[in-house]
Design a protein around this ligand. Structure first.
Ligand SMILES: [Zn+2]
Length: 160
């Protein structure tokens, strides 16, 4: 259940997604938050570099493996503007991260990109729990999903 105290972190994810867009990248942003509410790390998509594995959720999983104990990882929450792709869902589970909260689901994103005529991705957009059944996943968050949709429309050159 997404709570009021989750919303500032989710808004930050949307801001990071907007920063990615401004930098010419796909609009995705993610924030890693400790059990006490401290923001530990954040990132946005960097696939415009040419490396299409540079998703923020993947970066945060690796950051957490390098900097947090297993207990700290399990108690942490990853907030993200869009539900993890299978690669990132797997990384989240392999490093033992805890709760995952997304604004827009992969199903929503596929629908939006389909409307825009964007070719299908090379990786199927499975729900996180089909890839990583033990992860506690929450979302979508309707009050912010339209903002995320507008960012994707801008990235693909459509009117908001
Ligand atoms: Zn991903």
């Amino acid at each position: 259940m997404v709570k009021e105290h989750d919303l500032p972190y989710l808004r930050r994810c949307v801001e990071l997604a907007a920063e990615a867009l401004e930098a010419g990248d796909e609009p995705f942003g993610s924030v890693l938050v400790a059990a006490d509410g401290t923001v530990l790390a954040e990132d946005h998509n960097r696939v415009a570099s040419g490396d299409r594995t540079r998703h923020p959720e993947f970066e945060l999983a690796r950051w957490s493996a390098a900097h947090l104990t297993p207990d700290q990882r399990a108690a942490a929450t990853v907030y993200t503007s869009g539900e993890h792709c299978p690669m990132c869902a797997a990384a989240h589970a392999w490093v033992g991260l805890g709760r995952l909260v997304y604004v827009a689901s992969s199903e929503q994103l596929v629908g939006w990109l389909g409307e825009l005529g964007v070719p299908a991705a090379p990786v199927r957009a499975l729900p996180v729990n089909e890839v990583a059944p033990g992860v506690r996943v929450e979302g979508p968050v309707p009050e912010l999903a339209e903002e995320v949709r507008a960012l994707h429309r801008r990235f693909h050159g459509a009117a908001a």
